[in-house]
Design a protein around this ligand. Structure first.
Ligand code: ADP
Length: 191
């Protein structure tokens, strides 16, 4: 199985790049953000529970995210592999993913971290705020999401560095160029 994690701060373009990568290699794109927003739109019990976290730029509790994620993985058990987008986002989630992969005897091919300067991240998220219709694309919440990323999510990089799975790509270049670099990296790691 070909499993890839696209990692990076909010606004780095991981959603766009994950979709392009999934299409190119016939993989299943799993965005925990999309899954959670879907629950919020449905006004399901899960949706009602997670809405205050998402709206305030906070991480949704790991337990809820893991349950949604396992469900999604098992739904696509016949896939060639997954592109994880916005997941894992805490050390606990990274450990849980490791365990899950061990149990199902599947491997993580690599983690691609997309780097973009902070001012650019802010500019992009503010720029897309009108079109995205996302309740969390507003100044104060964007700030919060960036803080949460630095505090809770960035430390995961050590976890994957130790596994020799971590690779960096600059996200400052045009979308196609970034996509090309990511695809080459994936190709270079194929068994
Ligand atoms: P972005 O990376 O731009 O913040 P996402 O769609 O990945 O966009 O995430 C939006 C929000 O959804 C996050 O701020 C958080 O509240 C929630 N979320 C998404 N993925 C996770 C996750 N793996 N763990 C906890 N919360 C998550």
């Amino acid at each position: 199985m070909l499993n890839v994690i696209i990692f990076g701060p909010p606004g780095c373009g991981k959603g766009t790049q994950s979709k392009l990568l999934a299409r190119r290699f016939h993989l299943t794109h799993v965005s925990t953000g999309d899954l959670l927003r879907h629950e919020i739109r449905k006004e399901s019990d899960v949706g009602k529970k997670v809405k205050p976290f998402v709206d305030n730029g906070l991480l949704v509790p790991d337990k809820i995210v893991m349950r949604k994620l396992y469900h999604e993985i098992l739904k696509h058990s016949d896939t060639r592999g997954f592109v994880f987008d916005g997941f894992p986002r805490s050390v606990l989630q990274a450990n849980a993913l490791d365990k899950f992969m061990n149990i199902y005897k599947v491997e993580l091919l690599l983690v691609i971290a997309i780097w973009v300067e902070k001012e650019e991240l802010f500019r992009r998220m503010m720029g897309r705020a009108e079109d995205s219709g996302r309740s969390d694309d507003k100044e104060q919440i964007i700030d919060k999401r960036l803080q949460v990323y630095h505090l809770r999510t960035k430390p995961i990089l050590d976890h994957y560095q130790q596994q020799n799975k971590l690779f960096f790509v600059s996200g400052m270049a045009p979308v196609r160029e970034v996509a090309g670099k990511i695809a080459s990296l994936v190709e270079s790691k194929l068994p």
